[in-house]
Design a protein around this ligand. Structure first.
Ligand SMILES: O=C(O)CCC(=O)C(=O)O
Ligand SMILES: [Fe+2]
Length: 224
């Protein structure tokens, strides 16, 4: 399941973030790659310990954890904090699968979900599509600046060459409370339906029962 989370940041906020990020020192993106990825990756990144990157990363995580659609879809347990990348002049990241386990200062994170927060407007660069092999086929993603795509880390994916302009983004991984993609999708569909029924003032008893079913399934399937 691939989910778009629109407007995580407003245009004005994105402009401010970009101004700060653009002024930092960008380095070879292979600093964070696994063996498979490093042969296919040509881009730039900010150092993971860059203080501005760390600060903006915290802001992104806080924003996402307060976003009901993101929380419903991801059921987040632990982030691998956001990193920042940039592609220009034909830079690209060929097909790969992200490393399963990443270590942070707080311990190990299993990457159940991957996400890209787009920070460049799509009409300012050519190429740079994030192409994801989803269960139902291939999807090509190029979102408005400030919007995020969330997808299972089990998916093969690539970023096509950026042939003009430049594409800046934040990318991150997270461990979900629910490891299994199918179970996570069922919980998401149930939660979204409960929210929609609540907005339509559906019968209270049925909503109450469905909410109980949601929590009892989450209790069965979550690992903390
Ligand atoms: O730039 C992106 O959208 C994705 C980056 C990516 O796939 C990675 O760093 O593993
Ligand atoms: Fe990746």
């Amino acid at each position: 399941m691939l989910i778009e989370i629109p407007n995580v940041f407003s245009k004005q906020e994105v402009n401010q973030l970009r101004e700060q990020l653009d002024a930092r020192t960008w380095i070879d993106g292979n600093q964070t790659s696994g063996v498979m990825a490093s042969t296919r990756k040509r881009n730039q990144q900010l150092d993971k310990d860059d203080p501005v990157a760390l600060q903006i990363g915290e802001l992104i995580m806080a924003r996402l954890l307060a976003h009901p659609l993101f929380v419903s879809a991801a059921l987040p347990l632990q982030f691998y904090p956001p990193l920042f990348n940039r592609y220009q002049g034909g830079e690209t990241f060929g097909y790969h699968i992200d490393n399963a386990i990443r270590s942070t200062s707080d311990g190990m994170v299993r990457t159940d979900l991957s996400a890209t927060l787009f920070l460049s407007e799509p009409d300012t660069y050519q190429g740079g599509e994030l192409v994801i092999q989803d269960t139902y086929g291939q999807q090509s993603i190029k979102l408005a600046a400030g919007s995020l795509v969330l997808y299972p880390s089990t998916s093969l994916h690539q970023v096509t060459p950026v042939t003009s302009g430049e594409r800046t983004s934040a990318f991150m991984w997270l461990q979900s409370m629910v490891r299994d993609e199918g179970q996570r999708r069922l919980l998401f569909q149930l939660d979204q339906s409960i929210q929609a029924l609540t907005a339509q003032a559906a019968p209270e008893q049925e909503l109450f029962n469905l909410t109980g079913v949601y929590h009892n399934l989450l209790r069965c399937w979550s690992e903390l």
